[in-house]
Design a protein around this ligand. Structure first.
Ligand SMILES: Nc1nc2c(ncn2[C@@H]2O[C@H](COP(=O)(O)OP(=O)(O)OP(=O)(O)O)[C@@H](O)[C@H]2O)c(=O)[nH]1
Length: 203
C-alpha cells in the first residue's frame, strides 16, 4: 500500500551541538547508527523526499541518500534559518520539519500532522503538556513571508508561527516520543531505556 503524501520532509541538523561536545548532533551514534538515520526512518515511508539541513560534514550526511542543504545565511542563526532553508529546498507544496535529535518520534507522526492540519497553514505537534515547534507541518509557500521575517530580525519560531493560521495536533498518547537528546548522558539514558529496539508501534 502506498502511504506517501505530497510532502517533503526536512530534518534540521544545522545546530552547533555544543552540549553534545560540539560534534555534529545528527551524526552522533545512537543504538549503532547516526541519530539522523533514526529520524529519517520516521519520515521516509510517508514523504516524497527527505532533505537534511546541515552546516557541517555535508558529505557524511549525503551518504544517507538524502539531499543535503545548508543554511542560506551562515552564522548559526537558529532553527528558523534552517526551516527557511528547508522550505526553499523542498520540491513539494507541504513540508514536515523535524529536529535531528528526537530518534523516537511517533511512527505515524506525518499522517497524524497531515490529518490534523485542516485548513491551517501550520500544524505543530503538542504532547499534552507542551508544543514542539520544531516538529511541524507547514505550507512551502510560507517561505517568502519567513524571508521577510528573518530579514527583519525575527529568530523566534513561536512568534513567527503566531502570525499564521496555526493549530496544534495532539500527541498526548506518546509524550515520550518527543524526548530530544542534547548531551551524551541523555543519549545513554534513552539507549538503555530502549534496549536494542526502537518503538515501532503505529502510534
Ligand atoms: N539550520 C539550523 N538549525 C539549527 C540551528 N541551531 C539549532 N538548530 C536545530 O534546531 C534543533 C534544536 O537545536 P538545539 O538543540 O536547541 O541546538 P543545537 O545547536 O543543536 O545544540 P546546542 O549547541 O547544544 O544548543 C536541532 O535540530 C538543531 O539542529 C542553526 O543555527 N541552524
Amino acid at each position: 500500500m502506498n502511504q506517501r503524501l505530497p510532502l517533503s520532509g526536512v530534518i534540521l541538523a544545522g545546530g552547533q551541538g555544543r552540549r553534545m561536545g560540539g560534534c555534529d548532533k545528527g551524526l552522533s551514534t545512537f543504538l549503532g547508527r547516526p541519530l539522523v538515520a533514526h529520524v529519517r526512518e520516521r519520515l521516509a515511508p510517508y514523504v516524497e523526499e527527505v532533505v537534511i539541513n546541515a552546516n557541517r560534514h555535508l558529505e557524511e550526511y549525503r551518504t544517507l541518500g538524502c539531499r543535503v542543504v545548508s543554511d542560506r545565511e551562515a552564522g548559526y542563526q537558529g532553527p528558523l534559518m534552517g526551516i527557511w532553508s528547508g522550505l526553499l529546498a523542498a520540491r513539494q507544496a507541504w513540508v514536515v520539519v523535524v529536529p535531528c535529535d528526537t530518534p523516537a518520534l511517533p511512527m505515524a507522526l506525518v499522517p497524524r500532522l497531515w490529518q490534523g492540519i485542516g485548513e491551517h497553514d501550520i500544524a505543530v505537534a503538542h504532547d499534552g503538556e507542551r508544543a514542539h515547534p520544531v516538529v511541524a507541518l507547514m505550507r512551502r509557500e510560507l517561505a517568502d513571508d519567513l524571508a521577510t521575517a528573518l530579514a527583519a530580525g525575527e529568530r523566534k519560531i513561536d512568534r513567527w508561527y503566531a502570525r499564521h493560521a496555526q493549530c496544534y495536533v495532539d500527541f498526548s498518547d506518546c509524550p515520550e516520543a518527543f524526548a530530544n537528546l542534547n548531551n551524551p548522558e541523555q543519549c545513554q539514558v534513552l539507549e538503555q531505556r530502549l534496549g536494542n529496539g526502537m518503538p515501532t508501534e503505529s502510534r
